[in-house]
Write a protein that binds this ligand. Structure first.
Ligand SMILES: [Zn+2]
Length: 487
């Protein structure tokens, strides 16, 4: 009796695991995909072309759109006929011009600065003013501070206290509160040493900030603080940015390979094509784009299509708040019930460990047999249900619709070292690790699209809500306008 129950339990377990039996995988297809990406791959060549030829791909710029047209041509060259350009609208496009800052009293010294993204220029001819140090920023500690009137605010990072939602709203309100206190510009120190700058966006989204704002190198900021300890410090600043007069259109590129048995069900394999603009976005995220392109090329060359369709997507607007993938999910809301999984790659080309399955132990469990059978020899069989990057990359919008998500999990040390900085260039991409990433993405995408049953069930809205509350993410996602609780 006990034994029979155990066996029944095992059978039910296997049925729920979805992809349990070895016979469920097309091992020959996996072998061909491994050869096509690891030995005869093009991923490094794709990265080289994206970075050295096209350069920075800031959302809304001509450079981004040129790279999008190139990517569409690469899908077609891989033999995929169905390649669509799907556009979405941003409030304003923004491009960095020159940014200069100098201490003019009590000493004369040039400073390392770069404008924060989507912030306005200083008035023509620049400005000269005293610096006011703003420390201990928390709710209610800036507004009405008369000492800021007519001054350039050098802000310490907002208090790390509070939860993610409090920190988010503080960052969003900071410039408006400084302006309400009549500050004329904001300088915010970078966290990285050696006066290296990342100069990320002033806020989230593509609206223009209310105050000219720039990042200042860490050591330069420390110098200004020391000088302020002795007396008044005057700065001359001159920051130029080009801002579109009205909204701008941005292209997502989506290429589809139709499935052989259930073409209306699909797996979506994506990466963001846009980059930050101080370098050429090699690790973030030309490597991810290259993995998607090479996976598409390798899968399109197989003699047999997978059972379901695969859509290969390259997103714009990721750096401004997942804008491209959010727009796609909104435009395709009516068919998301037939999206069986999403695979994303945005972690650079560190040594691949496997995949995150954000928030979903059940997806990790369902993937385990597949990963062991097909990804172990790549060293990519790891499965981690952590949500730490879930809403920092383009899996987020799909997770909010309950769709099982896999996010490639490379060692992130090489990525963090260059993230958004001037050194995010081709030289720091490891060719071998990159091709392993392409192989892992291609093999997982094919196996999931080809599996007899979907890898795991979609979560319903209450289930997604419970997952977000459990991870402490529901409030910050509400503030961002990405999640509304309730049925
Ligand atoms: Zn990225």
């Amino acid at each position: 009796m006990t034994r029979r129950l155990m066996l029944t339990g095992l059978a039910v377990g296997l049925a729920f695991a979805g992809l349990a039996a070895q016979g469920d995988y097309d091992v020959a297809a996996s072998r061909q995909l491994a050869g096509a990406t690891l030995v005869y791959g093009r991923s490094f060549e794709y990265v080289r072309e994206l970075t050295d030829t096209f350069g920075a791909r800031l959302t809304g710029t001509a450079g981004y759109e040129r790279a999008a047209a190139w990517a569409a041509a690469q899908f077609r060259a891989a033999g995929i006929a169905n390649v669509a350009t799907e556009t979405f609208t941003i409030e304003r496009s923004w491009e960095r011009g020159s940014a200069r800052a100098r201490v003019v009293a009590p000493i004369d010294r040039s400073l390392h600065v770069q404008s924060l993204g989507w912030t306005p220029s200083t008035p023509e001819g620049g400005m000269e003013a005293e610096v006011a140090l703003v420390t201990g920023i928390g709710p209610g500690t800036i507004a009405g501070d008369a000492s800021l009137a007519g001054r350039i605010a050098l802000v310490d990072p907002p208090d790390a206290g509070g939860d993610a939602a409090q920190r988010f709203s503080l960052r969003q309100q900071l410039a408006a509160r400084l302006r309400a206190a009549q500050a004329i510009a904001m300088l915010s120190p970078d966290g990285a040493p050696d006066n290296v700058l990342a100069a990320r966006s002033g806020g989230s989204g593509t609206g223009i900030g209310v105050l000219p704002a720039a990042q200042i190198g860490r050591e330069d900021a420390a110098l200004v603080r020391r000088l302020l300890g002795q007396g008044p410090v005057r700065l001359a600043i001159d920051w130029h940015n080009r801002i579109s007069p009205g909204p701008a259109q941005v292209s997502n590129i989506v290429a589809e390979l139709r499935g052989r048995e259930r073409p209306d069900e699909w797996v979506i394999v994506g990466a963001h094509l846009d980059s930050w603009d101080l370098a050429t976005g090699a690790q973030d995220n030309a490597t991810g784009v290259a993995m998607v392109l090479d996976a598409a090329r390798a899968i399109a060359a197989l003699p047999t299509r997978p059972r379901r369709s695969i859509r290969f997507a390259l997103w714009g607007g990721e750096e401004q708040g997942l804008l491209g993938s959010l727009a796609y999910v909104a435009a395709h809301a009516g068919e998301l019930a037939r999206c069986v999984a999403t695979i994303n790659t945005d972690g650079g080309s560190g040594r691949v460990r496997g995949f995150f399955t954000p928030g979903r132990e059940d997806v990790a469990a369902a993937m385990r047999p597949l990963s062991r059978a097909l990804l172990s020899d790549l060293g990519a069989a790891g499965l981690d249900p952590s949500m730490r990057y879930a809403f920092q990359t383009d899996v987020g919008p799909f997770i909010l619709h309950g769709i099982p998500a896999l996010d490639l999990d490379p060692d992130d040390v090489p990525y963090e070292r260059v993230h958004h900085k001037a050194n995010d260039v081709l030289d720091n991409v490891n060719r071998h690790d990159l091709s392993v990433g392409a192989a892992a993405v291609a093999i997982a995408a094919y196996a999931i699209a080809d599996a007899p049953r979907p890898i795991a069930a979609a979560l319903d809205r209450p289930g997604v809500g419970r997952m977000l509350v459990g991870a402490g993410l529901d409030r910050v996602l509400q503030l961002r306008g990405w999640w509304t609780p309730g049925p």
